[in-house]
Design a protein around this ligand. Structure first.
Ligand SMILES: *[C@@H]1O[C@H](CO)[C@@H](O)[C@H](O)[C@H]1NC(C)=O
Length: 423
């Protein structure tokens, strides 16, 4: 066969308009399949993604390491009954933790350890640690006899004895009035923290895990909050800085469908226009783009890519940027809040036993009613570990959702060891 003949046949073959489109679609499908596979590897931990994989998503990429660090630290604490390092006069932060005995594992020592491991003396002295043991008989709590309890807290808060209040608490304990007691405990501890004169008050639940360096990160976040508040009118107030949120509610919201449609359309029309304009500008170089190819690009390929963008998940494609973000909606759970001192009397006034809902729901209502700004630290400084079964397998279905996937992305150096701190 002559070379020219062959060239002629080749050209003839390629000129078949249908064939060209088929090739483009085949190539695109291969590319698309590879991209899908790639998305599966990057979005399996994003609950807003179709590639979310519950079997792998809850792996403790960071918290496993952090729990180990915390437990090593708490086991190393020993020494004589500590004279408090803390400066009792108006600390910078009052850290309030209320703890009650749980069935099975007690997480509170890990929580406390993760908050205190690695704090410098100076950092430690700006924190007043107020620990409420939420039992009328504190000896009922399994941690009661543990060594660290004599050393770490600046105050072990207990209920007053033989008063109407303690009779009420006993009634709740005996009757299993969990909600009433948890709200009472929150208020009791919050007002005790307030009484220390602290500038900020952190209320942290007893089944959380703090990231290494949380205190410096918190100081930084509070700086950002102050800077952001300066840009608002002076009558705007913020209610809390959230140290924990779940990613579950931060996906694509059906209420925003119109926005998504608008942007999808804009992307579609822009990319199509660029292809079309390029073809007009470089007709010879882009000769292969005939009308049919153009149609398959803009009717199949571009929409398919847009669809993939949504399938990959919001927190994969458009994650919250690190720092402090406004989270006036979709912030979940009360694992950790930091309040500014001036907000506390107002919260104590509104957080009521008589109002429906647990602390987290009531806080959102108070914020809605007062039109307060709600801030969140991104990535969160706390993980919720209470959901893990002590037997090491799986999660309770309800608690499963109280998990921060973002927290697990913290990096760590496997060889970091804290110096053992005595006393
Ligand atoms: C618990 O709180 C609810 C709502 O205020 C109230 O109706 C109920 O009587 C309380 N229970 C007890 C035992 O105090």
């Amino acid at each position: 066969m002559h070379l020219s003949q062959r060239a002629f046949r080749m050209r003839h073959y390629h000129n078949l308009p249908g064939m060209r489109t088929v090739w483009i679609l085949v190539a695109f499908s291969a590319f698309y399949a590879l991209t899908l596979l790639y998305c599966r590897t990057i979005s399996y931990r994003d609950p807003s993604s179709v590639f979310f994989d519950a079997n792998r998503a809850y792996d403790r990429l960071y918290s496993g390491h952090r729990i180990e660090q915390a437990n090593t630290y708490i086991a190393s604490i020993d020494g004589p009954h500590q004279q408090r390092l803390s400066n009792l006069e108006s600390p910078f932060l009052c850290l309030g933790i209320a703890t009650v005995a749980r069935r099975g594992t007690q997480y509170v020592r890990t929580t406390v350890a993760s908050l205190f491991a690695g704090l410098s003396k100076e950092e430690r002295s700006s924190i007043f640690f107020d620990l409420l043991i939420g039992h009328t008989d504190p000896a009922e709590h399994p941690i009661f006899a543990e060594r660290w309890l004599d050393i770490l807290p600046d105050r072990i808060l207990q209920y007053p004895k033989d008063t109407a209040e303690s009779a009420q608490v006993i009634a709740w304990e005996e009757g299993g009035w969990y909600r009433n007691k948890s709200i009472h405990d929150y208020r009791y501890l919050l007002s005790d923290c307030y009484a220390t004169g602290a500038r900020y008050i952190a209320m942290v639940e007893d089944d959380t895990l703090a990231v290494e360096g949380w205190f410096q990160r918190l100081l930084h976040a509070l700086d950002i909050v102050r800077a952001k508040m300066d840009k608002y009118p002076s009558d705007e107030r913020w209610i809390y800085l959230r140290l924990f949120y779940t990613d579950d509610l931060l996906g694509w919201n059906s209420e925003q469908w119109a926005t998504y449609l608008f942007w999808s359309f804009l992307v579609w029309i822009s990319v199509s226009t660029v292809i079309y304009a390029s073809k007009r500008r470089f007709p010879r170089q882009l000769e292969f783009i005939n009308a049919e190819v153009m149609a398959s690009l803009s009717l199949v390929c571009i929409p398919a890519m847009i669809l993939l963008f949504f399938m990959a998940g919001k927190q994969t494609m458009m994650p919250l940027s690190p720092g402090v973000q406004e989270m006036n909606k979709y912030g979940c759970c009360s694992q950790g809040f930091v309040y500014s001192r001036d907000m506390v009397p107002h919260i104590l006034d509104k957080l009521k036993l008589e109002t429906k809902g647990l602390v987290d729901m009531q806080m959102e209502k108070i914020a809605d009613a007062g039109k307060y700004i709600r801030w969140a630290v991104v990535p969160p400084l706390l993980q919720h570990i209470g959901a893990t079964s002590s037997k090491g397998y799986g999660f309770d279905d309800n608690a499963r959702q109280i998990w921060s996937f973002r927290y697990e992305q913290y990096r760590f150096d496997k060889d970091t060891n804290y110096p053992k701190i005595k006393g």
